[in-house]
Design a protein around this ligand. Structure first.
Ligand code: NAP
Ligand code: HSE
Length: 436
């Protein structure tokens, strides 16, 4: 970390988050100087398309599409890396570190895929990587796990970690808008990834859960070890039925130690509507984290969007400028020195479930489904089917919602596959766990 009064930084990426970084650097220059005792100077910007209009006052700051302008500039101390995707991000961050630059990044896809390798390289080179903005947007959860909660053994994390999907689920229910319309709005607001499939299929939340799990428990978790399901197949009907039954549907990310095993899942989940996680709406995130000494802590707030995310990036810049970040980053290695925790096999995860089917409105359909559930030792807690029109032929369809008693993911998967093979099945079906 340089000790000169001027801190020269470069910005790699000047889109949603990068634009927010520029705004805070400009609007809060005095505050940043007062809090760091340094003058933070944005010396260079690198983007993909230098001709793009940006609605920012960039003055004389050189803007290039070549990252070598930063790598080769000996005056630059650190780079703020706010570009998405794994490539060329991996190469760029590697080259920045090797050129003696410290890195502040918001890229969780990169950290999930190559974090260990990049952290090892940074440690070897005596460099620092800061990544507060990579998980839960403006919520200071990385700082909490890496510093404030380090006297604890973490026993559970239950979280909403994707702002886009939370925005979609909230808006669909509150405004009766279609999934497609709300997704378009989330993109326009700058919440979604460049490829929004990562938001809605649970990948983004699973990457963040993997990063948090590694920091909290010292265990590396590949995505294949996380039960993962997205929100793409949820219909407004599911949200309405859940609401009538006293629940909200949330894309819940869970990482919990139970009987010495680590349970991991990212799934749309029915949550009792008076619980804080159910009350977390819009693009907000929440992280409930339980430590053995501190008990249950909750952190909530904006999980995506320009200014909240830029706030987290600038918090890293301040920590970096004062020297705190280097100390925290060095101590991360010690935090990671723990015995790996065995994983709970996915099929043995035990929960209650919500199941919704669209079926032919004819005799014996409900009996067939109940029979399959019974043969898989799944006990039904409630059944709901709204009255349907009386039609003479077989064209009628019915929506059937079944809530089960506690069962395992494995039994439910077997039953679901058998139900899917019934000739009476029509259209989509969905199953979601219930968090009691
Ligand atoms: P964005 O709006 O799409 O901006 C990406 C920026 O990167 C653009 O300025 C783009 O240049 C530039 N870029 C793309 N490829 C590049 C390359 N090869 N070299 C140099 N610049 C390149 O994305 P964003 O929403 O700001 O997200 C940036 C990162 O922050 C991602 O990793 C994302 O996951 C993470 N993040 C985002 C949020 C959020 O709410 N948006 C929250 C937390 C974390 P052009 O402008 O010329 O196209
Ligand atoms: N696309 C991400 C989200 C941005 O919606 O949560 C914040 O990481």
């Amino acid at each position: 970390m340089p000790s000169s009064p001027e801190l020269n930084i470069a910005l790699i990426g000047c889109g949603t988050v990068g634009g927010g970084v520029v705004r805070i650097l400009q609007s809060s220059a005095d505050l940043l100087a007062q809090r760091t005792g340094r003058t933070i100077c944005l010396r260079r910007i690198v983007v993909r398309d230098v001709k793009k209009r940006r609605n920012l006052e960039l003055g004389q700051i050189p803007v290039s599409d070549d990252i070598r302008t930063v790598i080769d500039d000996p005056e630059i101390h650190a780079a703020i890396h706010v570009v998405g995707g794994v490539n060329p991000a991996r190469t760029d961050v590697t080259n920045l570190l090797q050129a003696g630059k410290d890195v502040i990044t918001a890229n969780k896809a990169l950290l999930y895929a190559h974090g260990s390798e990049l952290f090892a390289l940074a440690h070897q080179l005596g460099r620092t990587i800061c990544f507060e903005a990579a998980v839960a947007g403006g919520i200071p959860i990385i700082s909490a796990v890496n510093t404030a909660l380090t006297a604890n053994r973490i026993v559970s994390i239950e979280a909403i970690l994707n702002g886009t999907s939370n925005f979609i689920l909230s808006r669909m229910l509150d405004r009766r808008q279609s999934y497609e319309d709300v997704l378009t709005e989330a993109q326009a607001r700058g919440y979604a990834e460049a490829d929004p499939a990562m938001d809605v299929d649970g990948t983004d939340a699973a990457q963040k859960l993997s990063i948090l799990t590694q920091l909290a428990y010292g265990t590396t978790v590949p995505l294949r070890d996380i039960v993962r399901q997205g929100i793409q197949h949820i219909e407004l009907l599911d949200l309405l039925v859940a609401s009538e039954l006293g629940y909200r549907v949330k894309l819940l990310a869970t990482s919990r130690i139970s009987k010495g095993r680590l349970e991991l899942s990212v799934q749309p989940t029915l949550v009792r509507n008076d619980r804080p996680v159910a009350l977390t709406s819009g693009a907000d995130n929440i992280v409930s984290i339980e430590g053995d000494a501190v008990g249950l802590m909750r952190f909530s707030g904006a999980g995506a969007g320009q200014m909240p995310t830029a706030s987290a990036v600038l918090a890293d810049v301040i920590d970096y400028a004062t020297g705190r970040a280097a100390i925290t980053f060095q101590s991360l290695q010690r935090l990671q020195e723990r015995e790996p925790i065995p994983l709970q096999p996915q099929d043995e995860l035990s929960r209650r479930y919500y199941m919704r089917f669209t079926v032919a409105d004819r005799p014996h359909v409900l009996a067939d489904i109940a029979d399959i559930l019974g043969r898989n030792e799944i006990s039904i807690s409630s059944v709901r089917q709204d009255e349907t029109a009386d039609v003479d032929d077989e064209s009628g369809v019915a929506r059937l919602v079944i809530m089960t008693h506690r069962t395992t993911e494995g039994r439910l998967r077997e039953a679901d596959a058998a139900i899917a093979a019934l000739s009476s099945l029509r259209g989509s079906r969905i199953r979601m766990p219930i968090a009691d």
